[in-house]
Design a protein. Structure first.
Length: 99
């Protein structure tokens, strides 16, 4: 990882170390489609016919995380880019050019 990225992460961890009301998540080498396929493959075949949202979400990488309330996309891009697509389905989106 570039030193500037590591420094930004270290800074975010330091600034939020005493917080307990929000969850800040960094995901590296992550893709929502891959996560979804992995989850489906973990569900027993007998359950696939009756799969529901709760069952699916119990098999996601983020099963122990709260759903996303605010998605901030920096760097000037105005797209989600296959990032937490299911978890951010009701999130507010904020796009900024700054990092």
């Amino acid at each position: 990882m570039p030193p500037k990225t590591l420094s930004a992460i270290d800074n975010a961890v330091l600034q939020t170390k005493d917080n307990n009301g929000m969850v800040l998540t960094f995901a590296f080498d992550y893709g929502a489609i891959e996560e979804l396929l992995t989850a489906i493959k973990q569900i027993p075949p007998v359950q696939l016919a009756t799969i529901d949202e709760q069952t699916l979400f119990q098999h996601l990488y983020t099963k122990d995380f709260p759903n996303v309330n605010l998605m901030i996309r920096c760097g000037g891009e105005q797209r989600l880019s296959n990032f937490l697509l299911l978890q951010s389905r009701y999130a507010k989106l904020y796009f900024t050019k700054d990092f």
